[in-house]
Design a protein around this ligand. Structure first.
Ligand code: ADP
Ligand code: MG
Length: 251
């Protein structure tokens, strides 16, 4: 039941809040307005909530703002207006986002934005080493993550020489290595062949973490998420309208 209680505060022009604010959200965006410099606004008074324990997909056409939404959540870009709360805490300053980011395993749409170390093992160890783990602990995490993704043979490979699909898998590894409390994945299956997709599906189903996944690959999403949101016309709406109506009736 809880898995289906996706809790999008999908506020349209009519500003309907679909479910009561339970204070149990991992992510809350309230009345966000955001435009890239010199461009029209992508979001205007946009609100969105992602509740504890959710396993949700976010779909929408190219350019609809999915990556922008994820980057706002991660504090990589800043809204001109509005409020962001992560793990129940207001996140305003960079220090707030830094604290929250440690708890989120984030996979960039472009793996080249994620990987910057000489070798695969350095890239996977980077997060743990940066968050206070010893070299030995970081090495153990690297082995664990590589085994999970069936990438143990890649330990000493040169990152920049990997194929796009291999880079994507390693990116997912760097997110898992943070031992996060939730995952946010931006198109994790792009460039992956069937067997690599299977590895990702297994990792997601086994990880026990909540996650928000942007993907065009609907069959993949259908296997790993319990609810989906649609991003269109500067707003996010739950795709399971039956659920949304149910939540409205519960109010
Ligand atoms: N750094 C940027 N500067 C200016 N415009 C951008 C930038 N990044 C994305 N955009 C534009 O913002 C819109 C939303 O992009 P994006 O969030 O990447 O969409 P999606 O991930 O849904 O494909 C698009 O029109 C895109 O061209
Ligand atoms: Mg995108």
């Amino acid at each position: 039941m809880e898995q289906n209680s996706l809790n999008p505060v999908a506020e349209s022009g009519a500003r309907v809040r679909l479910v009561p604010d339970t204070g149990e959200n991992l992510i809350e965006l309230k009345d966000i307005t955001f435009a890239y410099p010199g461009r029209p606004a992508i979001f205007e008074n946009f609100s969105f909530a992602f509740p504890k324990g959710a396993k949700a997909g976010l779909v929408g056409s190219n350019g609809s703002g999915k990556t922008t939404l994820l980057q706002l959540v991660m504090g990589l870009i800043k809204p001109q207006k509005g409020e962001i709360r992560l793990f129940g805490e207001p996140t305003k300053k960079e220090a707030d986002f830094r604290k929250a980011r440690i708890k989120i395993g984030f996979v960039f749409q472009d793996a080249n934005d994620q990987l910057f170390c000489p070798t695969v093992k350095d890239d996977i160890a980077f997060g743990p080493l940066n968050t206070g783990h010893t070299r030995e602990e970081a090495d153990a995490i690297v082995e664990e993550v590589l085994a999970l993704l069936k990438l143990s043979d890649f330990r000493d490979r040169i990152t920049y020489a990997l194929s796009d699909g291999e880079k994507k898998l390693v990116s997912i590894g760097t997110a898992l290595a943070m031992r996060p409390e939730m995952l946010i994945l931006d198109e994790p299956t792009t460039c992956l062949d069937e067997s690599a997709v299977e590895r990702v599906v297994k990792v997601l189903l086994d990880c026990g973490l909540p996650y928000l996944i942007v993907a065009h690959d609907r069959p993949f999403l259908d296997r790993v998420v319990t609810s989906k949101y649609l991003m269109a016309n500067k707003t996010v709406t739950p795709m399971d309208t039956k659920n949304a109506i149910l939540h409205q009736e519960e109010q």
